[in-house]
Design a protein around this ligand. Sequence first.
Ligand SMILES: Nc1ncnc2c1ncn2[C@@H]1O[C@H](COP(=O)(O)OP(=O)(O)OP(=O)(O)O)[C@@H](O)[C@H]1O
Length: 253
Amino acid sequence: MIALRAEGLSLGYDGAPVVSGVDLAIEPGELFAVAGASGCGKSTLLRAFAGLLPPRAGTLLAGDEPVRGTSPDRALVFQDDALLPWRTARRNVELPLAIRGVPRSERRARAAEWLARVGLAGQERRLPGQLSGGMRQRVQLARTLAGAPRAVLMDEPFGALDAQTRAAMQRLLIEVRDASPATVVFVTHDVDEALLLGDRVAVLAPDGVRDLVDVPHPRDVDARGAPEVAAARTRILTALEPVLEAEPCAPRP
Ligand SMILES: Nc1ncnc2c1ncn2[C@@H]1O[C@H](COP(=O)(O)OP(=O)(O)OP(=O)(O)O)[C@@H](O)[C@H]1O
């Protein structure tokens, strides 16, 4: 588990910055949710934490080290599963083990164990194209966690799933993370998902973090109707509203 920190962070591509003035301190082992309007830089922030996009200004730290590139310690999970279509489920999960230098003889067993943990025992030999969207996301989760990353960066990982599969994946994430702790940064459009999964929720806007909300009773499905959870939802929506109203969420001059 690793701390992730941004100080005065500015990010962008060509032209004007997409997001600037971002200050965040994510604790080791925290499940940190990032909400924000479409196009406000949530994916861009994750890409920077993953080491795929250098800061234009400010500081980005993983532990005490500046983020200078990608690392198996920081794994990125996408909405569209990024499985290799020609490799079976098991051989996809073996990939990060190979990167970590796990001997070939051990990889197969460890990959099969991970697939069983995400409810896919018996599906090891299937190709991604032979699996449903929810099953592919399970394989992706198994593949990510098999590499024992210290931080997992999840970009709307369940956004493409139907409501029932999505709820099952949320439960699965809670379970497997309890067993294999890692710092998790979770980007979502869905305020209720942020409130269910996160310890804290950051509302991101082009000029930085608009609000940082502590979640009451994180990961407690039974607490969803509690008044303090409703108050946290209202606070997040209040911070989001001006960002949503300021369509399009265009880069600042
Ligand atoms: N590779 C790229 N090159 C140039 N501009 C980009 C690139 N990727 C994203 N952008 C721009 O950066 C801005 C922020 O995009 P980003 O994907 O980070 O937003 P987001 O908050 O994750 O949006 P969404 O919720 O819709 O996924 C947008 O204006 C987008 O067009």
